[in-house]
Design a protein around this ligand. Structure first.
Ligand code: MRU
Length: 353
């Protein structure tokens, strides 16, 4: 029986559906202000996803699903077929909000499927599906937390990157779920988090989130990761994912690739934790993934103030791809893929559930 104390180790919820509006915890303002924004239209949801008010692959999928429920209020279809046509522009706008995380397209596909063939009750069907997308994510994270922690030997140190916690999901988190479970079970003795420049998801979100749960975490500069590994203080790098391809290549927050390269050099194991909603068997390999590039201003300024000389330009890709050969384990709610490659991935993901 699972006796994990979720109330103690998982308190934050970034997304709240209120029946007539979507409330999002504004992640741009964390950690110094916890403010929920109330959104009443799908365009506001698409803008919030683009602006990183809500972020993290699973969370943006869930927000988009609720965005479709809001969009449904702006159309007057009599059945699911008509609704699909009328909702197409809204779904496109939500889909285009960010390109790399497959969870966005995955959630929208689920919403489409939920009302294909539906009658006059298509609005209720949409709302029920959005609820399911959110609830299933929480359940998947809890399952992955236990499965990932089981791979970690007692007394280990871990390094994580970006924010993969409750803030990035329906709750509990992916990589951070493994860390929550691993700490609770005494397997993880030391947690390090990289600051994750330029948006500082690690510094602003991850260490704050862990603090809420009473989990000690040590923040490091991204540039300190290889040195940390050379000291022997970490045995696993544990990260999330935005898209996992059919051969196991994995897109995640920029900087993940250099962690994987350093981990292999120092004999540190590398774990990717993601629900099956992040697995994209239609994309063969990582070179086919569209990598989001964001405004250079994220690099050239700090808290809205220019911090780099005028006239300097910058390049700001916000994800990178870790080749499957550098990954020791992909942990999903369907099971663990050890030493992932196309064949190993097929064994778990060839069939849709
Ligand atoms: O740009 P972000 O903050 O949305 O990027 C998030 C990440 O890269 C996470 O590691 C990934 O989405 C997994 S979150 C469970």
């Amino acid at each position: 029986m699972n006796t994990f104390d979720y109330a103690r180790y998982d308190r934050i919820r970034p997304i709240r559906w209120c029946g007539d509006a979507l409330e999002l915890l504004d992640q741009r303002q964390l950690p110094f202000a916890s403010q929920y924004l109330r959104l009443t239209s799908y365009t506001q949801v698409a803008d919030a996803i683009h602006a990183l008010i809500v972020r993290g692959a699973p969370a943006i999928g869930i927000a988009a699903a609720w965005g479709v429920v809001l969009a449904a209020r702006e159309v007057s279809a009599e059945n699911g077929g008509e609704a699909l046509q009328q909702l197409a522009p809204a779904m496109q706008q939500l889909n285009d909000a960010r390109p790399t995380a497959v969870n966005l397209a995955w959630a929208l596909a689920r919403m489409r499927k939920a009302i294909a063939g539906a009658g006059a009750d298509w609005r209720e069907k949409l709302e029920a599906e959005a609820r399911l997308v959110e609830d299933e994510d929480l359940a998947a994270n809890r399952a992955m937390g236990m499965a990932g922690a089981a791979l970690i030997a007692p007394g280990s140190g871990v390094l994580t990157h970006c924010n993969t916690g409750s803030l990035a999901t329906a709750g509990f988190g992916t990589a951070l779920g493994v860390i929550r479970a691993g700490v609770a079970e005494g397997r993880i003795a030391r947690v390090f988090a990289g600051e994750t420049r330029p948006w500082n998801q690690g510094a602003r979100l991850t260490v704050w989130e862990l603090l809420q749960d009473g989990i000690d975490a040590t923040l490091i500069a991204d540039a300190a990761a290889s040195h940390l590994m050379s000291t022997g203080k970490v045995q696993w790098v544990v990260v999330g994912a935005d898209r996992i391809c059919a051969n196991g290549d994995t897109a995640n927050k920029i900087g993940t690739l250099q962690l994987a390269i350093a981990a292999r050099h120092f004999g540190v194991k590398f774990m990717v934790v993601a629900a099956s909603s992040t697995v994209d068997m239609a994309t063969e390999s990582g070179d086919l993934i569209e990598i989001e590039e964001r405004d250079a201003a994220e690099l050239l300024s700090h808290r809205g103030e220019r911090s780099v000389a005028e006239g300097v330009s910058a390049w700001n890709p916000v994800f990178d791809v870790t080749p499957h050969a550098l990954i020791d384990a992909i942990v999903t709610e369907r099971g663990v893929v050890h030493k992932p490659d196309a064949g190993m991935m097929r064994q778990l993901f060839a069939q849709q559930p």
